[in-house]
Design a protein. Structure first.
Length: 356
């Protein structure tokens, strides 16, 4: 990215909010430690062997676009993973479209192997686990908040780990779009970016498959949005149920099921949204004084065993392990890891990496 100025109307243009260059550090080992700390909110990077560490190099430039972020990274080969521990300390709830421009990587998502080659685009749900091994690479990543993209996905539960190949029109189009977005970000204001990102979210959803509501009337699509907003704002109500929603909106149970079919059905959606609420409270420093069972009950889980099993299925860790990971992260010395998380929607950036 080159020099950035104000827009013709005087509005501030988007500028990098995080920059890192391993050449700024005294040794590859120091650079790697700062690199690993900087990326810790998004994924854990395994420490390389002594021989690999000598050759370590990395550069990263990231730009916050409101609640979203776009970043370019160039780095040496490495192994990274996103675990329940990573999620506990970062509380990042975004989808990531990740295109490989040079190099490549392979890994495992939900027990299934995937591979991303140059020109491909991988789609990852950052509320779920995965791990990958990367060759020396140049990558572009666009991270969008869940609320911006999930309602557009025909099967949001199946998006995680999807690889859109450069051999397909969708893969090529999305790869080119991410590169074009990166080139044009320096010319955008934050207002411009929000308008463009809505198009980016629609493009990603379209490349993954028919968008939610694509075959429905505008009235039906609007009704689904209203129903979902209603559900999301009433998750802690014990009487919230399929019957109550059907009565309120004048729907049959079969219609309600069809609307929520991309999420596995209404009951599946309601349970997972409540579990996400539990996760947020369990890892929140302001909720550390509350018992996990009380948090679960607040989110309408009255059976502790059922809650623990459902939580483990969704987050691949027990509620207790997630809380311990969050508490351990919160009590680390400030110099060890960047806090607040250098990722939207957290306010402010405070890292040990070199900042613009």
């Amino acid at each position: 990215m080159g020099a950035m100025h104000d827009a013709p109307d005087g509005s501030a243009l988007c500028t990098p909010t995080l920059q890192f260059d391993s050449a700024d550090f005294d040794s590859p080992a120091e650079a790697f430690d700062r690199w690993r700390d900087m990326l810790a909110p998004v994924y854990d990077v395994s420490r390389p062997s002594a021989a690999e560490l000598i050759r370590f190099h990395a550069q990263l430039t990231a730009v916050h676009l409101g609640p979203a972020m776009i970043a370019q990274a160039i780095a040496a080969a490495q192994h990274c993973q996103r675990t329940s521990t990573t999620m506990a300390r970062s509380q990042v709830d975004h989808f990531m479209a990740h295109t490989c421009l040079e190099g490549g990587y392979h890994g495992v998502v939900d027990g299934s192997a995937f591979q991303v080659l140059p020109g491909d685009v991988g789609i990852f749900d950052l509320s779920r686990t995965w791990h990958a091994t990367c060759k020396p690479f140049r990558h572009l990543s666009l991270m969008l908040p869940r609320a911006m993209i999930e309602p557009l996905l025909s099967r949001p539960d199946r998006a995680h780990g999807t690889v859109l190949s450069s051999a397909t029109p969708g893969g090529r189009l999305l790869c080119e779009h991410l590169q074009s977005l990166w080139r044009n970000v320096p010319r955008m204001t934050q207002e411009d970016a929000q308008r463009v990102l809505r198009g980016s979210a629609s493009l990603i959803a379209g490349c993954l498959g028919p968008t939610q509501g694509a075959h429905e009337s505008p009235v039906r699509a609007a009704s689904f949005s209203r129903i979902r907003r209603y559900v999301d704002t009433n998750l802690t109500r014990p009487d919230l149920s399929a019957e109550e929603v059907c009565d309120r909106f004048g729907l049959s149970r079969s219609t309600l099921f069809r609307l929520f079919a991309p999420f596995g059905g209404f009951a599946h959606y309601l349970r997972d949204q409540r579990l996400r609420g539990c996760f947020r409270d369990i890892v929140s420093p302001t909720q550390a004084h509350r018992r996990i069972s009380d948090i679960a009950e607040h989110w309408c889980f009255n059976n502790e065993a059922v809650f623990s099993r459902a939580f483990r299925r969704l987050f691949d860790a027990s509620p207790r392990d997630v809380r311990q990971a969050a508490l351990a992260w919160a009590t680390l010395p400030e110099h060890y890891a960047p806090r607040p998380v250098p990722f939207p929607p957290m306010a402010g950036v405070n890292t040990t990496a070199r900042m613009s």
